[in-house]
Design a protein around this ligand. Structure first.
Ligand code: 3VV
Length: 227
């Protein structure tokens, strides 16, 4: 097996769920109004507009591609060393700002907002745009799987011991609509040695759409370091 390590969970407030405030605690990173978070939000907006644009418009998409490529080239010219960026990404003890589900710096993250609850569960919410469409007007099942896997993973972190997904079982009970608020609740139900058993449900308007049961194995791959 690959070498794995365990991380201590530190919340934004500087403590894990034992802080005992009795209030939900924000676990995902809060988006800043400017800087890279704002640029990622703009990229998300652009992706949404492109998917909605289609071909039946007079809009000059060739010129658009040229302009988008010019911006991409400008950003590429400013990129730091890739290894150093990886170290920076994983330095933070709190929520990952770069991750593809909750990260405000990641344009393909919806992003999902996750709160740790006093009862040991986590609750996550977002609204999915049309870029995530599977069946007409509905979210792709793989997106539901991604959101559930991640939220169950965060529930493990909130419970104090996180790990890697070994098995994820999903039941798709109802299609998940785009453009409507979705909620995911998840909780680590039991621990047996390194085996973490975690469950969750994705609901819309209080109606369960997708349920998940997972086995995680405690430990993560080591974070990149400068050495
Ligand atoms: C306010 C601020 C808070 C911030 C902090 C928040 C905290 C949260 C932070 C961040 C959340 C992030 C959330 C992310 C969530 C997403 C996670 C992923 O997507 S992970 C990527 C996908 N998964 C993989 O790539 C794994 C690939 N598989 C492996 O690497 C290995 O198979 C691994 C590590 C899973 C297990 O390998 P071994 O060698 O360590 O362990 P072995 O000995 O094989 O298994 C241990 C036991 O588990 C059973 N087991 C393993 N896999 C099983 C399976 N699929 N089904 C049933 N049993 C299984 C085995 O039979 C064994 O059982 P016996 O101890 O013998 O009783």
């Amino acid at each position: 097996m690959a070498e794995t390590v365990e991380y201590e969970v530190v919340t934004q407030a500087g403590a894990g769920r034992d802080a005992g405030s009795g209030e939900p605690v924000l676990m995902s990173a809060r988006a800043s109004e400017g800087g890279l978070d704002a640029a990622a939000a703009a990229a998300r907006r652009l992706v949404d507009a492109l998917v909605r644009l289609g071909d039946s418009t007079d809009y000059d998409t060739d010129a658009l591609a040229t302009r988008i490529n010019a911006i991409a080239a400008e950003v590429e010219d400013a990129l730091p060393d890739e290894a150093a960026r990886l170290v920076e990404m994983w330095q933070q003890e709190g929520p990952n700002r770069h991750d593809l589900v909750t990260g405000p710096q990641n344009p393909i993250a919806p992003p999902l907002v996750v709160h740790g609850q006093p009862d040991g569960s986590v609750e996550a919410s977002t609204t999915l745009p049309i870029a995530y469409q599977g069946q007409p007007r509905m979210a792709h099942g793989g997106i539901s799987a991604l959101l559930l896997d991640h939220t169950l993973g965060m529930a493990n972190g909130w419970a104090g011991r996180g790990g890697m997904t070994a098995r994820l079982t999903l039941n798709f009970k109802r299609p998940v609509p785009l453009g409507e608020p979705i909620t995911i609740r998840a909780k680590q139900e039991s621990v047996d040695g390194r085996k973490l058993y975690t469950q969750g449900v994705l609901s819309v308007d209080g109606e369960p759409c997708v349920t998940a049961e997972a086995l995680f194995i405690a430990g993560h791959l080591p974070r990149p370091t400068a050495d």
